[in-house]
Design a protein around this ligand. Sequence first.
Ligand SMILES: Nc1ncnc2c1ncn2[C@@H]1O[C@H](COP(=O)(O)OP(=O)(O)O)[C@@H](O)[C@H]1O
Ligand SMILES: [Mg+2]
Length: 299
Amino acid sequence: MDIAIKTEHLTKCYGGVAALDSLTLEVKKGEVLGYLGPNGAGKTTTIRLLLGLIKPTSGRAEIFGLDAAKDKVAAHRRIAYVPGEAHFWPSLTGEETLHLLGNIHGKVDQKYRSELIKRFRFDPNKKVRTYSKGNHQKIALIAAFSARADLLILDEPTSGLDPIMGQAFRECVHEAKANGQTVFLSSHVLSEVEALCDRVAILRSGTLIELGTLAEMRHLSAVTIEATFDSKPPVVKNIKGVSGLRIAGNTLTAQVHGSIAPLLEVLTPARPKSLLSREPSLEELFLSLYGEEQGVRSE
Ligand SMILES: Nc1ncnc2c1ncn2[C@@H]1O[C@H](COP(=O)(O)OP(=O)(O)O)[C@@H](O)[C@H]1O
Ligand SMILES: [Mg+2]
């Protein structure tokens, strides 16, 4: 069996609306799959179906050949899960919580766990009630990675972590992969997924719209350019690679695929007083790639 996750037309409806619509997907053993989508796309719904926490309206999901809904207990033996917002028992210490979670998992790599406590700069001696959101997240991550489970299911796991911890998280994913573990990583941050994943699946409004390797998805790489002028921005029309153009007051925002030089040639003669280049949010990227409007949006 070299398939870790298999879904067939997996569908979940709430009140007649599909939160997840006919998802058909395979994740190979040892693969790191990025599961991308803006808020409300259906990522958590997919994960809850994979964990058997909710029942599909139609279709099915398998974890290592086991039915996710019917063989939940057996499937869970192979899984470690990190929710987007972890909450633990307030009166236990961090150490006690990790111990308890280890017992639930059944197996713990103690040496690796000690290393992760150091790596995440986690102080396990305090009571859980005194921990910040980031510390709750660290407990969940340390417990999940030190379980050395065959399949890691991570639901936006870095929310609440600062960038240094984000780096520690990346190391853990690399090590899990080197160890032959499979990782299902949900995220709404393109750069995180780009850095870690073999393949990327992109979900929008419950529907899988893209699936492939990063090389196959180069068209997704874009930068957002934001330029502010003393008066109305210059007219930007028919420039190669530019999409999602928006004018709000004296500020122009656009997504650029490929070189930004052609756009800068139009912007700089108008002497922008500030110019910003950043990674687009998934929402912006989706709007530029799949939005119905191709022209300028004024606000
Ligand atoms: N228990 C529920 N009852 C009703 N609607 C829900 C429920 N859970 C999720 N949804 C809806 O399903 C859609 C997908 O949500 P979710 O899977 O949480 O998205 P994501 O994790 O990608 O942000 C959203 O529109 C959300 O409002
Ligand atoms: Mg979610």
